[in-house]
Design a protein around this ligand. Sequence first.
Ligand code: COA
Length: 169
Amino acid sequence: MSNAVYPGSFDPVTKGHLDIIRRAAKMFDRLTVSVLNNSDKSPLFSADERVNMLRVICRDIPNVEIDSFSGLTADYAKQTGTDVIIRGLRAVTDFEYELQMAQTNRKILPSLDTVFLTTSLEYAYLSSSIVREVASYGGDISEFVTPEVAEAVYKKLEDCQLVNSKRKY
Ligand code: COA
């Protein structure tokens, strides 16, 4: 039985992430999408909220489970008995950082390999911070995230009074 972990911040999960999840789920018997709960980023959504959003949008993919973790990805992989990490590569700018992470992870846990999937072209520009920024100006994020996630983003920004102008969509 082959399994893999797709770790990330997912703040919030985008259609670009979902594209990677769907494709990786076809390659492995089981895929765990795991939300990083480290304190060095100040996320818009709590780890529990990010986990819940992922559960909703991945509900139709039977071999995907959602989890969260803190600390090192390599330690988490070891605890869960996983030897493969999935990461998406959007552009050449991602490469250096991703290579460094993959090599560090292998140094910490030599059995751990990273599989890179190239992000589909239509999502190559996308990031969670782009989604947060466009939404914070009342912009349309329906091209970037699923309807459930869009609702959650607008609501969270309103609750946090982070909306710069009235929502237009
Ligand atoms: N579609 C859309 N956006 C994508 C994407 C895709 N396919 N792939 C990456 N992104 C974006 C994310 O939206 C995010 O955008 P943001 O910075 O605007 O919020 C950005 O790329 C970073 O992606 P993410 O996948 O969330 O990675 P990360 O850098 O937050 O976290 C971990 C990566 C969790 C794998 C890494 O930080 C980690 O392993 N941390 C644990 C500590 C550790 O083990 N360190 C040692 C390894 S060096």
